[in-house]
Design a binder for this molecule. Sequence first.
Ligand code: A3P
Length: 290
Amino acid sequence: QQRMANSNLYLDYHGLLLPKIAHTEESLNYLQNFQVKDDDVIAVTYPKSGTTWVQEILPPLLNGGDLTSVETIPNWDRVPWLEETRASVVLDKLHSPRALVSHMPYNLMPSSFFKSKAKVIYVARNPKDVLVSSFHFHQMASFLEDPGTFEEFVDKFLSGKVFFGKWADHVKSWRNPELGDRILYITYEEMFQDLRQVLGRILKFLGRELSAEALDRVVNHGTFKNMKTNKMSNYSLVPENIMDCKKSPFLRKGIAGDWKNHFSPELDAKFTAVIQEQMKGSNIRFPWDE
Ligand code: A3P
């Protein structure tokens, strides 16, 4: 079955390709006029970097460890994307402090965001694993372009001809010094290695506390195994013609370093060189660079 041409699947928003299924002129107007509150907590990610994971752990961190919302509300309504069509439906109904997500680069955030004190948690992931995850996601999601071969997809990813543009541009945009201590940088890899430790850092950043027992519950709930069986988080509620979990489950492998099973040494060298060039002058050190 042929997928539709690129222009039918994506709209161009300030040079960014956004999937039309969830992004419309109205939703983007809503985003631009959205009134950010000082006590909002916004998790920001480039797609496939751990968005669903933060949607799972943020609500209980903000509400004293209550897991009701993660057990009863789909992730996209529980911690909605500011830029997606569901935002206008659900955002007004959220109680403060609101947990929100966005894939937007810094410069495309709503103007109220820049005047607010809202806190941001930026989750980054090794771009090689982001790419692998995205490649499989493009195979199962009919609202994204067919990825082609793995090598072809690498070229698209590196040149930013994928949804939300270049990984490096996204990461760099959120290093803006204007953000000061309003932003906490975490990585997928740190969450994978020691979720409890990262949750502790998030709590400290948000000025909140949880009992050891409540923290245990959140950590346990946020394991890959448990999220995979949570209907509210594993995307099994989405019709198969939109996301075909038989082709590749949304919660696919859930590890750090799967890229090693996909990259040849040559492809690895090429990818690393291009990303290094794109990140030049930024001084950002990630765990995977060490
Ligand atoms: P893989 O495709 O590598 O498995 P996003 O939510 O931003 O779209 O990111 C999806 C990626 O995060 C998928 O990566 C998914 O499996 C992974 N992920 C989600 N929850 C996870 C968890 N609890 N533990 C490990 N990985 C998780």
